[in-house]
Write a protein that binds this ligand. Structure first.
Ligand code: UTP
Length: 286
């Protein structure tokens, strides 16, 4: 059973400056909910009950966001606004334990995950990158958990990428790439379009064996002195089976401006309370 999830949110979010100067980019809202809450809800709905945030000291608003706010809650309830109170302190978080670990220096995603080692201990665990917003009938993490429950090995979410963008991702190599469950033979961080072993790349959801921590400790840092998760997964493949799941659903890269705006429009058009107005506004603009 996968019960623990690591959410690395300590990055500097430079692509979203100046918005991310005082507000963590993970707290920027898609409509009325911060990006990070979509990922936490995905995890909790998939059965996770321990969330380990890797934050930096500038990101205390994330802590505040997931703490219960009883004062405002009782004010809302006393004035008859029970529905709004439920939005303030969502019921599904009641039995969830939130941990916060500081990553003092931003030495990469792999280094951030390594900070969770003492809390994760020897259990297999999930990693969710809140920048990637997944919308699907069965959530991306649940799709991974289904495979994990059958195969009991690490499994990472992958999707097809346009060749022109492949240099931004960790790209997998496999001989059964068209199947739903893929056996990963190799994974390469940010290859050029010519060198990429396929057009299928890791996207921000993973279930990892706890032995990944040893690999994160032993991989060589990249030219920017960062520990790359992809390099640790590559090293894990030499010891253990690592599978990939071809994700079925929509994915928005909200770490980029285009992806963030795309997600906002897509979700606004599905929100019954505003969709008609938004459609009119878009038609007028066009
Ligand atoms: P990104 O590279 O997308 O995020 O990392 P970033 O570094 O914050 O953004 P830019 O590129 O400067 O705009 C993917 C995830 O890993 C976390 C980020 O917070 C994000 O959720 N991360 C990245 C860390 O927690 N620590 C790091 O050292 C680097």
């Amino acid at each position: 059973m996968i019960k623990k999830a690591v959410l690395p949110v300590a990055g500097l979010g430079t692509r979203f400056l100046p918005a991310s100067k005082a507000t963590p980019k993970e707290m920027l809202p898609i409509i009325d909910k911060p990006l990070v809450q979509y990922a936490v809800e995905e995890a909790v709905n998939a059965g996770i009950n321990e969330i380990i945030f890797i934050i930096n000291p500038e990101k205390n608003s994330i802590k505040k966001h997931f703490n219960m706010n009883e004062e405002i809650e009782s004010k809302l309830i006393n004035s008859g606004k029970t529905d709004i109170a439920k939005k303030l302190n969502p019921e599904i978080f009641t039995n969830v334990t939130f941990y916060y670990v500081n990553q003092e220096e931003q030495n990469g995603l792999g280094d951030a995950i390594l900070h969770a080692e003492s809390i994760v201990n020897n259990e297999d665990f999930a990693v969710l990158l809140p920048d990637d917003l997944f919308i699907s009938k069965k959530s991306c993490l649940s799709q991974l958990i289904d495979i994990y429950n059958k195969k009991k090995s690490s499994v990472i979410a992958v999707n097809k990428i346009d060749r022109k963008n492949i240099h931004k991702y960790g790209v997998i190599q496999s001989s059964n790439i068209t199947d739903n469950i893929i056996n990963i033979e190799d994974i390469v961080e940010k290859p050029s379009a010519e060198d990429a072993p396929s057009d299928v790349a890791a996207c921000g959801r993973y279930i990892l064996s706890s032995t990944i921590f040893n690999h994160l400790k032993s991989v060589t840092r990249d030219k920017n002195n960062e520990v790359q998760l992809t390099d640790a997964i590559k090293s894990l493949i030499s010891d253990e089976k690592v599978l990939a799941c071809l994700y079925k659903g929509e994915k928005f890269d909200c770490g980029s401006k285009e992806g963030f705006v795309h997600a906002t429009i897509a979700l606004a058009l599905r929100d019954e309370s505003i969709s008609e107005d938004i459609k009119k506004i878009i038609q007028e603009i066009i």
